[in-house]
Design a protein around this ligand. Structure first.
Ligand code: SF4
Ligand code: FES
Length: 249
């Protein structure tokens, strides 16, 4: 396949970025999107040009680092799929593909397609943990958890902290991400002791980081590679209302 890429190039946060056109030639349809970028980068390096900076780690849809906008869609056109798991057979020979970084005030551009998503780490640090000793695996398994609740918590725990929900939202809201982290712990017995404090701290940290408010657009759910549901946001809002009535910080 031969493609034309329009890639956001920005050498550093202080320099304005722009879209630059590149040719991606002899691309196998079986390559992943990141492998296609690797081929383009090899060509750039051979020509003595600066390779395109992008994030990746696992390349298996697990770590959440690879996210970028592909033709204006966070993680590209395939539902429930990260950029690293997106395959070139999804595109047609001769296509033009526009590749841009996540755009949100809370995610400043570091270089090209790489953004600083440490705001999400700080939201987790504000309360996304269980600080009491829950014992070894047999002890934890001794606590009865209804199957429906365990499934709900597990689905929320599938969030890989990629930030696509923020990138897709016109308000750059991190409500889906934060609500997934809260639901994961707030639903389980081990998470009850700190539920009130956790909910208040994580929601407040989300606001401190400069993420916008949720206005129920649903774009976040549509692009989430782990298909986290927006019902978690309703749960977060309920938990936050209850928690804020207690005054616990
Ligand atoms: S909720 Fe989905 S889109 Fe948002 S950070 Fe988690 S996995 Fe990524
Ligand atoms: S590189 Fe890990 S999810 Fe894509």
């Amino acid at each position: 396949m031969n493609l034309t890429l329009r890639v956001w190039r920005q050498p550093n946060p202080a320099t304005p970025g722009r879209l630059v056109e590149y040719k991606a030639e002899n691309i196998s349809p079986d390559m992943s999107f990141l492998e296609m970028l690797d081929v383009v980068n090899e060509g750039l390096i051979k020509r003595g040009e600066e390779p395109i900076a992008f994030d990746s780690d696992c390349r298996e849809g697990i770590c959440g680092t690879c996210g970028c906008m592909v033709n204006g869609v966070a993680h590209g056109p395939d539902p429930g799929t990260t950029v690293c798991q997106l395959h070139m057979r999804r595109f047609r020979n001769g296509d033009t593909i526009t590749i841009e970084p996540w755009r949100a005030a809370a995610f400043p551009v570091v270089k090209d397609l790489v953004v600083d998503r440490s705001a999400l780490d700080r939201v987790v640090r504000a309360g996304g943990y269980v600080s009491m000793n829950v014992g070894a695996a047999p002890d934890a398994n001794a606590i009865p958890v209804p199957k429906t609740i365990a499934d709900e918590a597990f689905d929320a725990a599938a969030c890989i902290q990629c930030g696509a929900c923020v990138a897709a939202c016109k308000n750059a809201s991190a409500a889906l991400f934060t609500s997934a982290k809260l639901a994961h712990l707030n639903l389980l017995p081990q998470g009850q002791a700190e539920k009130t404090r956790r909910t208040i701290r994580m929601v407040e940290q989300m606001d401190i980081e400069g993420f916008g408010a949720c206005s129920n657009e649903g774009e976040c759910e549509a692009v989430c590679p782990k298909e986290i549901r927006i019902t978690n946001i309703a749960k977060m809002n309920r938990d936050y209302l209850k928690a804020s009535l207690t005054g616990v910080r």
